[in-house]
Design a protein around this ligand. Structure first.
Ligand code: NDP
Length: 315
């Protein structure tokens, strides 16, 4: 038996990163009276970064968590109802879609905006988590700038790692690239670019054992799995680029997604495979993954939702 209480709203937004809050600002200003559930990590991935210098409108830069507080305040000021809660189950049989929160609340809404984001995969080392934001990062484009003229390491061997290593090579003196096998998964063209870059030094068959440092990253200890030899590499930054996981598992079976779980939207829109269900931000974007692109797609989702509700006269 389901003892959950039910509530009906005209627009439900799931997620509180730049995509979710921007969707909320637009939906609220369009008088859709949106309800936004923040999810497990209010503010999203930006709350685990330090300085953000590439978001337009902040000429002096801003701390990621502070920026997300600003987003939240703006969404609330426009009239969004913001709640803490985690979506656990959905029923998109429609036209009134249902989403369960924390298993005891059902929100029914004709327009749902999914902005649940993605989570960077981590190695799972204690030192990696402890120094996260203190030299350890999962985003070279976000944080590489802080390591200009310094030595850094990056772990991973896919297209993301190759792209980020190349990005870092333009800023840093040396990029130590830690690859766990004797080959890379990245596309041939990206590998070639990496191989041709003189200040990227590749460590094949190598795993990271520890990030060394008290309050900031000072070095990493790596081990060659073929020879069993360990070595310490002095670095100021350690980038983890071993992939992302879109937070889309509860939508499996309901919405079209690619093999990696990214929700598929109609090109040029935020429409998913189910009418009335829209997706914005990193849960549907494995290419750009920037705060500003997520915000832009959140805006698209709110406009798409408003038009959908208008056309169906559901609002
Ligand atoms: P991938 O899953 O493609 O690659 C992950 C990499 O991390 C692999 O080399 C993997 O090693 C390594 N890895 C995973 N876990 C560990 C671990 N615990 N320790 C050490 N290494 C680990 O993820 P990406 O983010 O690189 O790419 C995701 C998708 O996005 C791909 O389809 C990619 O092609 C695409 N993409 C395309 C870009 C472009 O076209 N410009 C740019 C970025 C991404 P192993 O190979 O041994 O499994």
């Amino acid at each position: 038996m389901d003892n959950a209480t039910t509530e009906k709203v005209s627009c439900l937004i799931i997620g509180s990163g730049p995509a979710g809050y921007t969707a909320a600002i637009y939906a609220a200003r369009a008088n859709l009276k949106p309800l936004l559930y923040q999810g497990i990590q209010p503010g999203g991935q930006l709350t685990i970064t330090t300085d953000v210098e590439n978001y337009p409108g902040y000429p002096d830069g801003i701390k990621g968590p502070e920026m997300m507080v600003d987003f939240e305040k703006q969404a609330a000021r426009m009239g969004t109802e913001i709640r803490f809660g985690v979506a656990t189950k959905v029923d998109f049989t429609g036209p009134l879609h249902k989403v369960w929160f924390d298993d005891d609340k059902i929100i029914e809404s004709p327009a749902i905006i999914i902005a649940t984001g993605a989570s960077a995969k981590w190695l799972g080392l204690e030192s990696e988590q402890r120094l996260n934001g203190f030299g350890v990062s999962a985003c070279a484009v976000c944080d590489g700038f802080f390591f200009r003229g310094k030595e850094v390491a990056i772990v991973g061997a896919g297209d993301t790692a190759a792209e980020e290593a190349l990005y870092l090579s333009k800023l840093c003196t040396t990029v130590h690239m830690i690859v766990r096998r004797d080959e890379m998964r990245a596309s041939k063209i990206m590998q070639d670019r990496v191989f041709k870059t003189p200040n990227i030094k590749i460590y094949w068959n190598t795993v990271t054992e520890e990030v060394i440092g008290e309050n900031k990253t000072e070095a990493i200890r790596v081990k060659n799995v073929k020879t069993g030899e360990s070595q310490r590499i002095a670095v100021d930054g350690f980038f983890v680029a071993i992939g992302h996981e879109p937070n889309s598992s509860i939508f499996k079976g309901w919405l079209d997604m690619d093999d990696a779980g990214y929700l598929i939207t109609t090109p040029g829109s935020s429409k998913t495979s189910i009418p009335g269900v829209f997706a914005a931000g990193d849960v549907q974007d494995k290419t750009y993954r920037q705060a500003v692109t997520a915000a832009g797609s959140g805006c698209m989702a709110a406009i798409d939702a408003e038009r959908y509700l208008g056309e169906k006269e559901l609002a």
